[in-house]
Design a binder for this molecule. Sequence first.
Ligand code: GLY
Length: 356
Amino acid sequence: MSSSRREFLKKATAVGAGAFATGIIPSRLVNDAVAQGKTVAIASANGVQAVTRAMELIRSGADALDAVIAGVNIVENDPNDTSVGYGGLPNELGVVELDAAVMHGPTHRAGAVASLRNIKNPSKVARVLLERTDHVLLVGEGALQFAKAHGFKEEDLLTDLARDEWLRWKENLSTKDDWLPPHDENSKDIGGLFEPFFRNTGTIHCSAIDQKGNISCVTTTSGLAYKIPGRVGDSPIIGAGLYVDNQVGAAGSTGRGEANLINCSCVMIVEYMRQGKSPEQACLEVCKRIVDNNKMRRLKFDDGRPNFNVKFYAVNNKGGYGSCCIYEGGEFAVHDGTSAKYVPSAYLYAKHPQLR
Ligand code: GLY
């Protein structure tokens, strides 16, 4: 075992020696050494097709920004991915609202849209905003009008699959309202949820390095399922749900957006990489920071650990990459120029007994 790996494991174990037991299986610790100068595309676990497409384009000479957007468009268009784009789970009123941001390393420009209705590729709208305005973020009706001005077509994004999921949520929300799930004369206590209920915060993030060594990234999502209309998560917020510094690397996130908004998570990951940490170590540091800053009892299990998860993905400017989640069980998609594969993410804590 190398001394840096020993040192990392020692530090990682020390985290768990405090209040909580910690299990850490670092997925990759030596990428910086092995990946010098390589093209790479990394994404959340729902992004294996995205990294494959991104790498095809990079190999044909495309800019990393074009590559990552084309990659995530596949997932935005997929009706079976209920966390992104068309078919994403709706807000509490049953209306799909999408968030996305893009960031271009070489020019350090960004574009983002939030609470965008009826347009299935918010990442493309974010890209037009980057190229053709002086703004970085448009929301709601303004974002929709901007998209329409640029020829994006409005369509109903709510699929039957997502509507059924939303109805199940609404009918099981409370015993104190009039929406009920299907029941019969023997049903008792219907309409309320009697077990911890974890809301969907699926998202896709993709970062890539192109043949010129330039880095860009995108994050796109339908956000927290059944959110209050107008809720904006971390995905369209530069520094929270994604960030790139072309001299250092890029980072992105999926999971509880509120935790990333109040910890500026992705800019922190890039700053940790600037200080010399590997992508995986940098992601781990921010997981620890989120846990340290999680003060609210309602956001903790009985043992004090967070009752939510956050997942990070990072690449550095040498082609090194890594990922870390607060809880065990995560994985990510990567294309290292040879093939696309799933890789287990490192984690701060072993799976929590109260997590399904
Ligand atoms: N991370 C996605 C969201 O919270 O909206």
